[in-house]
Design a protein around this ligand. Structure first.
Ligand SMILES: [Zn+2]
Ligand SMILES: [Zn+2]
Length: 610
């Protein structure tokens, strides 16, 4: 089937020709069974799309518009059998504007193919249109200027642009410091001129988890031009994070990791645009300089960059930080953990070692596979005791099908007696496929000047578990109005008072709060989702003092964000075709010294009373 409609657009004194090759969306599957439940009952049209159409030879660059959704792996785009690019790597529903190089189209019949890869992927693709103009012109039928401020000062931000079909829409942006992808634009200085094709758009402006999101409507039409052509947004901070710094302990760049697509300068802009104050640069097996790109873009006003390294071995990945500028990366060929740990601890400057994404499989090795780790007792089945300081329980680029699995593993480690800090991070290597800082850790530390955070103090508090794990919510815990996260609570009365406070912006909600003691749910409340900005929920529980020492944590969660400005991604290595995304806020432990001996004894080492 072939649909061919010609539009003549008389614009700006010249004539542009647009040809709609295909108005429909197609469901393609490259291999295997349905990737997700949503595709199970939806017929597939094949593993590739081929469209025949008539054209003229393009003697200059033309533009191909393609709508796509749920693209996880590489699908080449081929006019007449020659790859000009791939579909944009993104699960999002988006429209991409692709440059067709001069000479790629011929006089007469042409074929456009979108070719399925070997890997397993369900995608939707269609609404394909060609314009006989270069991309810069095809994206410029109207323009508006945006200014974003916080307390009157220009603020870094993320701008998300969606068309009337709900798809991320491509734009061209003039700005001093920007990272631009289809429908996603980070502005370092809060200002930019946006050029858009004809259409109606919803424009979301925000700055990550702690901030409000402003929703604007823009129309670009032939007869009226662009309305409005000037937008001013004043961001509001909705989440009070005083005395905590927003850290993303796991951050990549394409420049140094060679995967994803964010250059080191784009990384600086995206970190500032998501409100991260203490980013740890953790490219693979290399100690990079994250300071220069922050300075070059002016983003060093908004955060304190930390040198780190993702020590990427055949048997697990570890993040180490801070690393001195002149240090070399530890030998990643060592698979023996005690030997590796010695090397990592010996790297100049290093204070913290995190075990990354322990349920992910890399090089056929899964750190917490049942052969390596006893998930009930927390025991290392490979021999010697664990010696890392912290473990990722939320990694927003590598979410698990069962989001609680990492928390259960971590609590088993605590029960065993390991004092390991639970961490949230993003592991983000790109600008828009994942969101940098979506998973993050709030570390107790003076945050009044984000450009000069005391890294030593932050590391000290991180090691003492004075840290909160966040992906859309922030949970805090207080005992007897005195002890908070990371504290040893001693001299307790028969009854103790536990207060959980759950915070978040107005665009996330909480509907469940659980209190855990030694890995078991001690108290739980479920309720209708609360979207209130700031403090969403405060719960006070009076509980009898436990019989033995116990570690207490709060885990709060709520319905997922599905809006395009902060969509929760699908699991990275799914173990199921269904998934249950949630926003999450969790605390690290408060250690309850129930027997009053002045220290915390883990459940494994306690005498059983019966
Ligand atoms: Zn990794
Ligand atoms: Zn990583």
């Amino acid at each position: 089937m072939r649909i061919c409609i010609l539009f003549l657009l008389s614009l700006l004194g010249h004539t542009a020709l647009a040809e709609l090759l295909d108005a429909r969306m197609h469901h393609l599957r490259s291999n295997g069974d349905a990737e997700w439940d949503e595709y199970k009952n939806d017929p597939i049209e094949g593993a590739r799309l081929d469209l025949n159409f008539n054209s003229h030879k393009n003697t200059n660059e033309w533009t191909l518009f393609v709508r796509q959704r749920d693209v996880k792996v590489v699908w080449p785009v081929q006019p007449n059998g020659k790859t000009i690019t791939n579909l944009f790597l993104s699960e999002d529903n988006l429209v991409n504007a692709i440059k067709i190089p001069a000479g790629a189209l011929l006089d007469g019949t042409n074929k456009l193919s979108i070719v399925g890869p070997k890997e397993h992927d369900d995608i939707e693709v269609g609404e394909i249109r060609i314009e006989n103009q270069p991309r810069v012109e095809a994206l410029d039928r109207g323009q508006f200027t945006l200014h974003v401020t916080e307390h009157g000062k220009a603020s870094p931000c993320r701008v998300t642009i969606v068309n009337s079909s709900g798809a991320l829409a491509p734009a061209r942006v003039d700005a001093a410091h920007a990272a631009v992808r289809p429908g996603v634009i980070y502005l370092g200085d809060g200002s930019g001129v946006f050029h858009l094709p004809m259409g109606r758009y919803t424009v979301y402006v925000g700055r990550g988890f702690e901030y409000s999101v402003s929703t604007q409507h823009v129309m670009v039409a032939h007869d009226i031009g662009t309305i409005p052509n000037r937008i001013n947004v004043a961001l509001r901070r909705e989440v009070d994070t005083a005395d905590y710094v927003a850290s993303d302990t796991h951050v990549h760049t394409f420049t140094f990791s060679r995967h994803g697509d964010a250059t080191d300068e784009e990384r600086a802009i995206t970190l500032a645009g998501e409100g991260i104050e203490l980013p740890i640069a953790t490219d693979h097996n290399v100690v990079i300089d994250p300071v220069t790109p922050a300075k070059n873009t002016g983003m060093d006003r908004f955060f304190t960059p930390v040198r780190g390294d993702e020590v990427t071995t055949g048997h697990a990945h570890f993040n180490i930080f801070p690393v001195d500028a002149n240090a070399t990366s530890p030998n990643w060929r060592i698979n023996d953990w005690p030997e590796l740990m010695q090397q990592m601890r010996a790297a100049p400057g290093v204070k913290v070692v995190i075990l990354n994404h322990p349920r992910n499989i890399h090089n056929h090795f899964q750190p917490f596979a049942s052969t390596n780790f006893n998930a009930r007792t927390g025991e290392n089945l490979r021999g010697p005791e664990f010696s890392f300081d912290a473990v990722e329980v939320v990694n927003s680029s590598a979410l698990q099908s069962d989001w609680m699995i990492n928390f259960r593993d971590w609590m088993a480690l605590l029960n065993y007696g390991y004092h390991v800090t639970g961490v949230g991070s993003s592991d983000c290597p790109d600008v828009s496929l994942y969101i940098v800082g979506q998973g993050r850790t709030y570390v107790a530390c003076d945050d009044r000047d984000p450009a000069h955070i005391n890294i030593d103090r932050a590391c000290e508090n991180f090691l003492r578990s004075r840290a909160l794990i966040s992906m859309g919510l922030l949970a805090k815990i207080k005992i007897d109005n005195k002890y908070s996260v990371g504290d040893l609570a001693t001299n307790l009365k028969k009854e103790i008072r536990v207060v959980a406070t759950i915070e978040g912006p107005g665009w996330t909600a909480v509907d469940q709060v659980q209190l855990f003691a030694n890995g078991e749910i001690l108290r739980e409340e479920k309720f209708a989702p609360i979207y209130k900005p700031g403090v969403k929920k405060r719960i006070e529980w009076k509980i009898p003092k436990p019989h033995g020492d116990a570690h207490l944590e709060i885990i709060a969660s709520g319905p997922p964000v599905t809006a395009p400005f902060w969509r929760i991604p699908k699991p990275y290595q799914p173990t199921s075709t269904s998934w249950n995304p949630r926003v999450i806020g969790a605390t690290n432990p408060i250690w309850i010294d129930a027997d009053g001996d002045g220290k915390f004894s883990p459940p494994r080492l306690q005498k059983t009373s019966n």
